[in-house]
Design a protein around this ligand. Sequence first.
Ligand code: ADP
Length: 273
Amino acid sequence: MLIELRGVSKVFTNPRTGKGLVALNDVTLEVGEGEFLCLIGPSGCGKSTALNLLAGFEASTGGDVLFQGKRVTAPSPKRGVVFQESSLFPWMTVLQNVTFSLQGEDGREGKEAKAMEYLRMVGLADFARSRPSELSGGMKQRVAIARALAMDPDVLLMDEPFGSLDEQTRRKLDNEVLSLWKREGKTIIFVTHSIDEALILGTRVVLMCASPGRISREWKVDMPWPRDPSSPRMVRLKEEMIRGLQTCSCAATAPRPSFISIGNEVNGTEVGK
Ligand code: ADP
């Protein structure tokens, strides 16, 4: 297994009051190589926290976070991260932003050639000498993706990467990420609170609920791309997810983790049965 969360908990302690907030409680998740996993759920259910633990930005307070069978203790270029805001250095050019994070013995020219290869891949080769302030929001996110890919990660962790963009740009970038995923064969974990986006993209969709943050349900989506959101199977799946989200708001009655395969028309079996 490429990535595993095993019984993971994360409690944030308020240094002033000493009170703890359980952001994640007993979260278990396995992600295999080549998956495109979408994490959905209401605000505050711990999606970003889970991603930060996987990235190595935060440490869990219980359980194990494993990458390629080893405990995650620090960030690694093997796990590229793309945030909602592009987090580019404003004083650097686009090219410098991408080369900055490249390690290895390629020298400056080698690094620039590599960075250009990924800028071409995201359609921004002509903007290599521009500053981030000269780019639109969507273009900045493309640079962030090129920067993450240039490090040749095994997994891309994307935290609502297109959440602040208009609908049209978001759809376009969703399709670009899908093409990159297919071509590059990377594993992607993609946080979104849009069911539609998760349904268009994911091979699997995992629903998290809040108070405490936990995994509630998951769906395998084994339908080919491009997916038609109005197809009966997609509509059925979307309804399932909306119902799941509605149940989410009531922690006491949240359903047990379950698995539903819609893609092959087989009604789901519950995990653990
Ligand atoms: P989501 O990404 O699903 O919106 P988050 O992972 O950002 O949720 O947050 C989960 C919970 O943990 C929220 O209640 C949030 O306020 C809390 N939280 C997240 N990060 C921190 C932090 N660094 N310190 C304290 N509380 C935090």
